[in-house]
Design a protein around this ligand. Structure first.
Ligand code: AMP
Length: 116
């Protein structure tokens, strides 16, 4: 169910334009509007979920699917050799700014560890 005023729900239905690079019946991937690396994509479920904290047992299949889509996107973007990072920020204190679950797929430059 779409959540009112959720920008990523609006991306899913096409109300907000995005540079979409992958879609299927459960997920959408698009380029981040403020990229932190040469490749920076977001993978989201079509169904609204505020954050990883909202996932229940019945969402396990969906979560696995999102991870597989992240890998597919990363490989399609040419990151299989160099590697890539998938990040899920959960909660404002961890840097979450959009409260529709999303996986960042980041790569194309050296990535430091630990992250800031
Ligand atoms: P987070 O801070 O983990 O919640 O990540 C939210 C991400 O969404 C940020 O990297 C933003 O740059 C990105 N973002 C926000 N609005 C849009 C948009 N309309 N299209 C693409 N990316 C967006």
């Amino acid at each position: 169910m779409a959540e009112q005023n959720c920008i990523f729900c609006q991306v899913v239905v096409g109300e907000i334009a995005a540079d979409v690079i992958y879609t299927d019946e459960r997920a959408v991937a698009f380029r981040d509007i403020n990229p932190q690396a040469p490749v920076h994509a977001l993978v989201i479920p079509r169904e609204h979920m505020d954050s990883l904290d909202d996932a229940s047992g019945r969402d396990e299949g969906l979560l696995g699917h999102l991870l597989r889509v992240a890998a597919r996107v990363a490989n399609a973007e040419g990151l299989s050799e160099s590697g890539y990072r998938t990040v899920i920020n959960t909660g404002a204190g961890a840097g979450q700014s959009v409260f529709h679950l999303h996986l960042h797929v980041i790569g194309g430059r050296p990535l430091n560890w630990p992250p800031g």
